[in-house]
Design a protein around this ligand. Sequence first.
Ligand code: MG
Length: 254
Amino acid sequence: MQRYFILIHLIFCTIFCIAQPRVVAHRGFWRTEGSAENSIASLQKAAEIGCWGCEFDVWLTADGVPVVYHDATIEGIRIEDTTFASIMNHRLPNGEIIPTLQQYLQEARRHPNCRLIFEIKPHRNTKREGMISELSVELVNMLGLANRTDYISFSKNICKRIHELAPQAKVAYLNGDLSPKEIKEQGWTGIDYNVKVFEKQPNWAKEAKELGLEVNVWTVDGKEELYRFATMPNIDIITTNEPTILLKSNQHNP
Ligand code: MG
């Protein structure tokens, strides 16, 4: 009898685990002591608390160094217009210096259970978007991270280029202006859209799943909203600044 109960428990456990959307820490896990957006610490902490993935943003400096940072500018200086040397000593709010992509990916190698959700920011022109795409794929491949790196971008051109350079890699589009059918036609693998897009287009998540695409929603932070999306059908991944809320609720499931 006891064995029977254990079996039932395991089946329920499996169903609940599968049903739970995967949790991605938006710009790493940064709303915690000693962390900051897109810092090395935010990657370490996202992995430590058990996030399925860690999202981060990448820019290319004028002299061709990819760096991990969210905004286009640092202290009023445009990253694309300046040399790496001029920003390399910039301190993040937690005291770290701005990580280069190489440093960030090297740290990622130490956290094999955390997937990398690699956002390439839209750059000034097609040429520079091509350069950052090529450098990114090259570095990811060189460091042996290709099998756990998914690319995302607001730029159609970047998604297209990444898909050409790394046809096996997952590529999801962020800008919300293409239907699931259009994404599928491009050969990309997912939609990674803002909450508002799913509210405006209530059928897109379902349509995307029917086409075999992955569905990621950002940025969901409030407790109620997190639970709402976590129990919504057709949502695979939730990108959040508050990953602990969903991770804690996962632990409370049978
Ligand atoms: Mg981002």
